[in-house]
Design a protein around this ligand. Structure first.
Ligand SMILES: NC(=O)C1=CN([C@@H]2O[C@H](COP(=O)(O)OP(=O)(O)OC[C@H]3O[C@@H](n4cnc5c(N)ncnc54)[C@H](O)[C@@H]3O)[C@@H](O)[C@H]2O)[C@H](O)CC1
Ligand SMILES: [K+]
Length: 562
């Protein structure tokens, strides 16, 4: 699992070392890691180090200091090094080291921004160390002009120091202009803004350099599941399981207008491990569902027992002033009441988002895209006399709004996007980015909803317990449903990338890929049969031992560490 932190968390972890006079040592470690990353990246591209040219864009703070010290190290390896000082001051020791290593420095001004942009763009590498975690807002004045020009000139290689300048380290919010990086070398802890859009888009590959503060970091502000986590978390049945104990999902989806969403979500749920899917909806839609998924059970009256629900795909939004006008929406509302009483997990998608009560439990997982989240928040805000939220607002601050929706509603919120964010009402967030832009296609969200519903049904009985697989990974009880949703987002993204292979994909192709690699993920860390037979003492002891042997880490995850 990858852990990411806010800039403030990292700075607080640094502070005791700064107080005890070790700031210079930290900076040397950071600069060393940055210089090594530049060398590696040039070598990877087949460039000679000796004689190649690098320019560092250096701001006045410690971020600029890191960049200048790194450039000094590169100069000592025979690189031609130039510094563009973007402020009227620079880190004094770092500038002195840079100059004495043979570097040339130019002070940026409005009059020379164009000339310096042209000079710099032809270099083999640019280090962006204008702003780091101490930034307030984005680039301004001549620095903004220089970066805008560089964007157009498309430099060969950009390495961002700690975070691309202009990206908010805490939120991923972007203050334009930002120079898109090929690699971001980040220090001490991965910054949350590198794993949340739109910042993630500008970060390129993220490399973490350890500087000796990692053990001081608090609980992560953002988490990302990796392949070994999926292996531990993807359900697989035990020997004594049967279709009811595997997890039964009830689905209220589809309408005369959008029957396809019911077809796709039921098919997806059925293909991804649910023991059974019970479908509730209009007869004409049910016929389509059965034609594609004959194993589904169509429920005419009140359904048999289910472990979880999926509500909403293909159900239109409620008409203002007439929220119960639609037959399917009435089913959704009734089911929500019954599910609340029964404590069942519910996946809430599309039209069902419009009929939620003011407060929801954390095991209700909402799956909006940006537009749906804006509408969801706007309904709540305007009811309280607060300002509405637009789709653009959500697009520019997805982490903020996903968190806000979760804390405000009490539900877990999965915000779909290039990077999918899952916010727990506790404030914890998972970020999954395995997908491809080709996943933005009709029906893709219905497949995700079916997959998540299927997982919810399989997880409902025992997986969330303190001896279950989420606990074994150190995930706090209040964040386990968010982690479950992150599993779905990750599997969906991976399946999409495989189905796409760089080209267009359909929801049907995605459906074919989903179960394909299932055996590779679900190596069976647990058996659901415990829910039928009481706790299996051997397995219980094994999970406990595992838990003791590998206690949850505070931080320490890496995308790539040096
Ligand atoms: N503290 C350490 O020993 C280490 C820090 N590392 C690196 O340091 C930066 C954080 O450094 P800091 O000096 O606190 O902040 P910045 O370099 O980000 O720059 C702040 C600097 O710039 C001014 N400023 C703020 N916003 C703007 C703006 N929009 N435009 C222009 N100028 C702005 C502000 O007044 C400050 O003077 C961290 O990211 C690491 O790169 C080391 O990694 C480890 C040791
Ligand atoms: K930077």
């Amino acid at each position: 699992m990858i852990s990411a932190f806010t800039g403030t968390q990292v700075r607080e972890a640094e502070q005791p070392l700064l107080d005890s006079g070790e700031g210079a040592v930290l900076m040397q470690r950071a600069a060393h890691g940055l210089a090594a990353a530049v060398v590696r990246e040039l070598q990877r591209r087949g460039r000679r180090i000796y004689g190649s040219a690098v320019t560092v864009l250096a701001g006045k703070g410690n971020n600029g200091g890191d960049g200048l010290f790194a450039a000094a190290k590169l100069a000592s390896r025979g690189m031609r090094t130039t510094a563009v000082l973007t402020a009227d001051a620079a880190h004094p020791e770092a500038l002195a080291a840079f100059l004495s290593a043979g570097g040339r420095a130019h002070r940026l001004a409005p009059e020379n921004a164009e000339e310096l942009a042209v000079l710099t763009a032809g270099d083999d590498a640019i280090i962006d160390s204008v702003l780091g975690t101490g930034a307030r807002g984005g680039l301004r004045g001549a620095a903004a002009e220089l970066v805008s020009l560089l964007q157009e000139l498309r430099p060969a290689l950009v390495v961002a120091c700690d975070i691309p300048s202009g990206v908010d380290a805490d939120t991923g919010e972007v203050h334009w202009p930002v120079l898109p990086a090929d690699v971001t070398v980040t220090f001490g802890g991965i910054k949350a803004g590198l794993l949340a859009d739109p910042g993630e888009e500008y970060a390129g590959r993220v490399e973490l350099v350890r500087i000796g503060i990692e053990h001081r970091l608090p609980a992560a502000s953002l988490l990302r599941l990796e392949a070994p986590d999926l292996t531990a978390l993807v359900p697989s049945p035990g020997r004594r399981d049967h279709k009811y104990s595997r997890g039964v999902l009830g689905v209220v989806a589809g309408s005369e207008r959008y029957p396809g969403a019911a077809v796709l979500s039921v098919q997806s749920a059925s293909a991804t491990g649910a023991g059974m899917v019970r479908y509730l909806g209009p007869g004409s839609v049910a016929r389509h569902v059965l034609a594609r998924t004959p194993e589904a059970v169509v429920e005419e009256g009140s359904p048999g027992r289910v472990q979880a629900w999926l509500l909403g795909p293909g159900i239109p939004d409620p008409e203002p002033g007439e929220p119960d006008g639609d037959e399917q929406l009435r089913r959704v509302r009734d089911t929500l009441e019954a599910a609340r009483a029964a404590g069942q997990p519910v996946v809430v998608d599309a039209g069902a988002l419009g009929v939620l009560p003011a407060r929801c439990p954390a095991h209700w997982i909402l799956t909006p895209h940006a537009g749906e989240l804006a509408a969801f928040l706007s309904r709540r805000h305007t009811a309280r006399g607060e300002a509405a939220v637009t789709r653009d607002d959500v697009g520019s601050r997805p982490l903020h709004f996903a968190r806000l929706a979760a804390t405000d509603s009490g539900a877990t919120v999965l915000l779909k996007g290039a990077t999918t964010l899952v916010a727990s009402p506790s404030g914890a967030v998972f970020s999954q980015s395995e997908g491809t832009p080709w996943l933005a296609t009709a029906g893709s969200g219905d497949v995700l909803a079916g997959l998540l519903g299927s997982l919810a049904a399989q997880y409902a009985e025992t997986a969330m317990d303190d001896d279950g697989p989420f606990a074994a990974l150190g995930i706090a009880p209040e964040d386990r449903w968010a982690a479950a949703a992150a599993v779905a987002a990750s599997l969906h993204g991976r399946a999409g990338s495989r189905a796409s292979d760089g080209g267009p994909l359909t929801a049907r192709a995605l459906l074919r890929e989903l179960p394909e690699r299932w055996p590779a993920w679900g190596t069976g860390t647990r058996s659901r049969s415990v829910s039928m037979t009481g706790r299996d003492p051997i397995r219980h002891a094994a999970v406990l031992l595992w838990h003791i042997a590998a206690p949850p880490r505070a931080g320490g995850g890496t995308l790539s560490a040096t």
